[in-house]
Design a protein around this ligand. Structure first.
Ligand SMILES: NC(=O)c1ccc[n+]([C@@H]2O[C@H](COP(=O)([O-])OP(=O)(O)OC[C@H]3O[C@@H](n4cnc5c(N)ncnc54)[C@H](OP(=O)(O)O)[C@@H]3O)[C@@H](O)[C@H]2O)c1
Length: 317
């Protein structure tokens, strides 16, 4: 009897994934924009994005802090796939407004995961390398998290909230993201333009693995397609770029692109102020690599695309 029930449930989810209705939260953000483009190209699927206030094609505005409104929308639409990106992802901003940030990063995940379970959807939750303390890289998905700051703690609690509601889902941890932006501060990489132009100190202590958002969008599409066509992906996965740079390295590359004098840029060889950050959270990505995820745009090329997206803001002296 129990076996029949699980067979029925798996079959029902499989059918839902075959004719796919996909809902993506955080659809207007740094990762959400390229992901909307990538997912729109999946055959036999219908895609909608959720954002708080920015608008766009196939985007609906729902404040995810209004949990009943979010649940009502998902129950009405009954997607087979929910990709949950929306979060407060700036550690310092998180600390400035911890209550609302926690509601978004933990409570909203719990509510969406419960709804996903009730409607039989597969849910993918975007998490961060900041769940690790950075003292013993590389990190495999099963290694014990030990977040150093409140943002990392909240994302880890978001992971636990997912697992306490449903086992029909996946967590994808990624490090610092960069790609085409709408304004310089939108990504931690393009935020360095000011220092590249004016000179000053840049962190040379924290090892970073900048990950190009269009590449990550391709990985997420692959995860969805695997779940539709082959095995049903569950558990925790890692993905990241494979070039290691500090922010000091990145500022120098940006300065070179802008034709600025790199002698004015100075390395800061200890942890900078603000919310504590881990030293080196290199992620072991072998599980997704073995499933055919392999596109990693070289940093120099991705950086050029990110800077070009800002147009005249990145004109030289
Ligand atoms: N960026 C990184 O370097 C990085 C690194 C590791 C992990 N991550 C994870 O990757 C995911 C995506 O990050 P991102 O950089 O693309 O984020 P982002 O650029 O900050 O975009 C945030 C998105 O969430 C939406 N949102 C924010 N608050 C909301 C609310 N209360 N209700 C509804 N929607 C809301 C925003 O809508 P509006 O545009 O309308 O405000 C926007 O679409 C996050 O889960 C983050 O933790 C990011």
């Amino acid at each position: 009897m129990v076996v029949c029930f699980f067979l029925f449930l798996n079959c029902e989810i499989f059918i839902m994934l075959k004719s796919m209705r996909i809902i993506l939260t955080g659809a207007t953000g740094l990762l959400g924009r390229p992901l909307m483009k990538e997912l729109a190209a999946i055959p036999k699927s219908r895609l909608s994005g959720i954002s708080r206030s920015r608008t766009g094609e196939d985007i609906v505005n729902i404040d995810l802090l209004d949990l009943p409104a979010a649940e009502e929308y998902l129950r009405k639409e009954t997607p087979g796939v929910i990709i949950h990106l929306a979060a407060e992802r700036r550690p310092d901003q998180f600390d400035r407004n911890p209550e609302a940030s926690r509601r978004l990063n933990v409570d909203a995940v719990a509510a969406i995961a419960r709804t996903a379970r009730d409607i039989g959807a597969w849910m993918l939750y975007l998490s961060t390398d900041y769940v690790f303390d950075g003292s013993n890289p590389p990190y495999a998905p099963g290694d014990a998290p030990n977040p150093l700051n409140s943002y990392g703690q909240s994302k880890y609690e978001g992971e636990l909230a997912l697992w306490s509601a449903t086992n029909r889902g996946a967590v994808l941890r990624v490090p610092l993201l960069y790609g085409p932006v709408e304004y310089p501060a939108e990504s931690p990489v393009t935020a360095l333009i000011e220092t590249a132009k004016a000179g000053g100190e840049a962190d040379d202590w924290q090892q970073r693995y900048p990950t190009f958002t269009p590449d990550l969008a391709r990985v997420i599409r692959r995860m969805i397609e695997i779940s539709r066509d082959d095995e049903f992906l569950t558990g925790t996965f890692h993905w990241s770029g494979n070039e290691v740079l500090t922010k000091y390295d990145m500022v120098r590359l940006i300065a070179e692109y802008l034709g600025q004098n790199t002698a004015e840029i100075l390395p800061l060889r200890q942890a900078a102020g603000g919310a504590p950050r881990p030293h080196d959270t290199r992620l072991d990505c072998s599980a997704l690599e073995s499933r055919g995820c392999d596109r990693r745009t070289p940093f120099a090329e991705g950086l050029r695309a990110a800077l070009e997206s800002l147009g005249s803001l990145t004109e030289g002296p």
